[in-house]
Design a binder for this molecule. Structure first.
Ligand code: SAH
Ligand code: SF4
Length: 348
């Protein structure tokens, strides 16, 4: 007999049912949930207060931990990247980014990405498949094991478009924020989207204060269409309407993510329009200097980046600049996995 389930993501109700079916006392369900969500222990062999035979049964009933750490790579400034292998051989990444005050984990939601933004390594090979809730959570558990505790913040800015995998992402979010589970504040969690309008409304319906990051990258649809293929790209006006709805419902300011691409979206006029748009929609701006993934685009010079920043800051109060560090082959999200695919195992 098997439950066809993984322990990461299992609910307390599911555990109660299974424990009852096994004829075990009901408090065992609580003990197991405490191991998983309080102590971050997902290996039944390490659930020390359970009798041996129950540990054995759990190992038979549940699938083994869904990800294996293939590589752990230092990506500069204490940042660590994990390349994770899924049971079917697909690979994903998670990144641990510490600052002096807090630890942030960056998690993937899909293996590959169907949106295919032209500057992003994650979408270059299309979508392999959605990640299950267990796999999304397993990234968190794998990182927490290395870090020694849950992170302070989580950003869904790894591989994939989470709002095209809402069922599994939302289950993972329930486990991460549920008081009976991991119990993190939704305010410490950022969901980033390329602007999947129905997904933004669904996220708003959850009624929690998640931070929403909108990967805008352009101030009009014409420029945006040169960066993001038509297939899954929504009109900017619809995206901004959904963003307003999100802000009003969740009561949280939205962030506009804006990857600066030389000669494409980095003019002073773009900076001005972006800043006015942010003011109009009460949004913050987060500028990201392009981290080269192909020769289709170039990173603007430092001077152009500074000018863009200053122009935007002169109009909008909430502007930050994220400098992707290193510029090395493995620094940007999705590059590690892409390298593996292209080189068939020989990561350069
Ligand atoms: N699919 C979601 C979340 C993952 S991408 C989204 O697009 O928002 C997370 C962020 O990384 C996005 O804002 C994206 O623009 C940025 N990004 C992707 N590739 C990049 C690159 N090569 N250089 C700089 N930023 C990049
Ligand atoms: Fe997908 Fe986001 Fe990369 Fe676009 S930027 S291809 S939506 S992961």
């Amino acid at each position: 007999m098997t439950t066809n389930k993984y322990l990461p993501g299992i609910t307390r109700d599911e555990l109660k049912t299974i424990i009852k079916e096994l004829g075990e006392p009901s408090y065992r369900a609580n003990q197991i949930a405490e191991h998983i969500y309080r102590h971050r222990v997902t290996d039944p062999d390490k659930m020390s207060n359970l009798p041996q035979n129950l540990r054995g049964k759990l190992k038979e009933l549940f699938f083994p931990f869904p990800v294996a750490v293939e590589e752990c790579i230092a990506a500069g400034d204490q940042t660590q990247k994990l390349l994770l292998k899924l049971h079917d051989g697909n690979q994903i990444e998670m990144v641990m980014i510490p600052t002096a005050e807090r630890m942030t984990f960056c998690l993937s939601t899909q293996a590959g990405c169907p949106v295919g933004c032209r500057f992003c390594a994650s979408g270059a090979a299309g979508l392999a498949r959605n990640l299950s809730a267990a796999e999304i959570l397993a990234e968190l558990f794998a990182g927490a094991e290395i870090h020694g505790s849950w992170p302070d913040n989580i950003v869904f800015m790894g591989i994939g478009e989470g709002l095209l995998n809402t069922g599994n992402l939302f289950h993972a979010l329930e486990i991460i924020t549920g008081h009976d589970y991991i119990g993190m504040s939704p305010r410490r969690i950022t969901v980033s989207t390329s602007g999947i309008v129905p997904g933004i409304y669904k996220l708003a319906e959850l009624g929690k204060e998640f931070t929403l990051a909108l990967s805008l990258h352009a101030v009009n649809d014409e420029i945006r269409s040169s960066i993001i293929p038509d297939k899954l790209r929504y009109p900017i006006a619809e995206i901004l309407q959904a963003a307003d709805f999100y802000r009003n419902t969740a009561g949280r300011m939205v962030t506009f993510e804006y990857t600066l691409l030389a000669g494409v979206n980095d003019s002073p006029q773009d900076a001005e329009t972006l800043a006015r748009l942010a003011n109009k929609h009460h949004a913050k701006i987060n500028l990201i200097a392009y981290n080269p993934t192909s020769d289709k685009f170039k990173r603007p010079t430092d001077k152009v980046i500074e000018q863009f920043l200053h122009k935007a800051e002169s109009i909008c109060r909430n502007v930050t600049l994220r400098r992707e560090r290193g510029g090395g082959k493995k620094a940007a999200c999705g590059q590690l996995r892409l390298g593996k695919i292209q080189n068939d195992g020989n990561l350069s």
